[in-house]
Design a protein around this ligand. Structure first.
Ligand code: UGA
Length: 443
């Protein structure tokens, strides 16, 4: 099948490359000429394991091309995926749909005949109904259907999550139950569905809500365990052993119960705020009031880490050398959007610490956001002369660092495990003071 993917950021570029991998002919479109040039040359403009290979292979096979021209997209295919970003509005926290609306308006201006637009971006409930009215009003020489097919991929696992998803969700126009839109989308995903992946069809509103509810649930799960870790910090429990124990209950499950510095990134924080803002607009703000608490528990983790480091440094970090290992919001990503690691590095710097940051992949992005921090060449370089070393993102290379080797460069052997990812006993055995977020100071 031929299809376009409009918006080639994280979501769109991955989708375009993976649809080509399934054997489709794909045209990726973006307004950003530099991004399109990079993708067309086979270079992914961000770090995502395996995506480079998929991109290069499909460009070489002639199944994948890129353009900035929506007119070309309109004549290339009759199925158009939308992967345009829906960032957070700075004041209200609601989703900003400007780029999405602009892309749809411009696309339909070029469409002739019958087309299917399939949204993948995360949008507030009610967006499809609104967009469909606008499409109907603007499309004179075309019959355009709209469906919503939310994406559940995780950064760091984007290719695998796209090609082997847990489920595929498609929302269609509830006013046209006889539409074949869901069948046409099933054709796109045929190879995936043949593997037994559940294909769940529903109305627009439900599909829009599935996506934000899934992210709200995941964020709540993380904040739940982090709230419990606050109790452990004062009462002396071990939150990791606790998570293991409750996670054995299949109704709870162990995944997403890793206590520590909390969630960041371009999705969970913005999505829970946008969901709460939408509930408010709908007059049911109370229903999602708990998401404000989820957000607050999450942000408190960052403050708790700063407090822990200050306390370990006798009350102040002024003039202290602090190594922050990790800048990305999670391992296997170079994304620093709302990164807890970087937020803590910036806070410590504001409090007068001499902060040295190292991350295996996110140094460029981090330096663009916080140019005033010092960026080291390696974990060892960051730790040179340090009064405290913080592991803020659980990259494998930090998890497997040798305490003995790091001992030779630091000024004081104090390791702070903000992701509860280190072997505390091994660090203590090597003569380090080991402190972990979620454990009492004596633990
Ligand atoms: C998240 C969802 O997991 C995806 O399903 C969704 O498609 C995506 O948002 C999106 O809406 O686009 P992602 O932001 O890539 O994916 O990252 P996650 O793996 O969910 O991690 C989010 C944050 O939670 C990270 O900062 C991570 O360190 C933190 N986390 C995760 C924890 O603190 N504890 C955990 O147990 C798990």
């Amino acid at each position: 099948m031929k299809m376009t993917v409009i918006g080639c950021g994280y979501l769109g570029a991955t989708h375009a490359a993976c649809m080509a991998e399934l054997g489709h002919e794909v045209l990726g479109v973006d307004v950003d000429a530099a991004k399109i040039d990079s993708l067309a040359a086979g270079t992914v403009p961000f770090f995502e394991p395996n995506l480079d290979d998929v991109l290069k292979r499909n460009i070489a096979a002639g199944r994948l091309r890129f353009t900035t021209d929506l007119a070309e997209a309109a004549s290339f295919a009759r199925v158009h995926f939308l992967g345009v970003g829906t960032p957070q509005q700075p004041t209200s926290g609601a989703a900003d749909l400007t780029a999405l609306r602009t892309a749809v308006r411009e696309l339909i201006g070029h469409l002739r005949g019958r087309h299917l637009i399939v949204g993948k971006s995360t949008v507030p409930v009610g967006t499809c109904a609104e967009l469909a009215d606008e499409i109907a009003a603007l499309s004179r020489s075309a019959t355009i259907e709209l469906a919503w097919n939310p994406e559940f991929l995780r950064e760091g696992f984007a290719v695998d999550d796209t090609l082997r998803p847990d489920r595929i969700v498609v929302g269609t126009d509830p006013r046209h139950p006889d539409s074949d839109a869901a069948d046409r989308i099933a054709q796109v995903y045929r190879a995936i569905l043949e593997d037994g992946t559940p294909y769940l069809t529903m109305d627009w509103a439900t599909a829009e809500l599935v996506k934000v509810s899934a992210n709200a649930f995941l964020a709540t799960k993380i904040s739940f365990i982090n709230a419990i870790s606050e109790i452990c910090e004062v009462a002396g429990g071990d939150v990791t052993a606790l998570a293991d124990a409750i996670g054995h209950d299949a109704r709870i499950g162990r995944r997403f119960l890793n206590a520590g510095l909390g969630f960041g990134g371009g999705c969970l924080p913005k999505d829970i705020r946008a969901f709460a803002a939408r509930a408010q607009e709908l007059g049911v703000g109370d229903a999602l009031a708990f998401l404000r608490e989820v957000d607050e528990v999450n942000m408190r983790r960052r403050a708790a880490l700063v407090g822990l480091v200050e306390k370990a440094c006798d009350g102040s970090v002024l003039g202290r050398n602090v190594a922050v290992l990790g800048a990305a919001f999670k391992p296997e990503s170079d994304d620093v959007r709302d990164s807890p690691a970087l937020a803590v590095a910036a806070q410590l710097s504001l409090r007068g610490a001499r902060v040295s940051v190292f991350d295996p992949k996110a140094m460029g992005n981090a330096a663009r956001v916080f140019p005033t921090l010092r960026y080291a060449e390696s974990a060892r370089d960051a730790a040179r002369g340090a009064d405290a070393v913080i592991v803020a993102t659980e990259w494998a290379e930090f998890v497997h660092m040798s305490p003995a080797e790091l001992s030779t460069v630091v000024s004081r052997r104090l390791i702070v495990d903000a992701r509860r990812c280190l072997d505390g006993d091994a660090w203590r055995a090597a003569g380090w003071e080991y402190r972990a977020l979620g454990s009492s100071a004596v633990a």
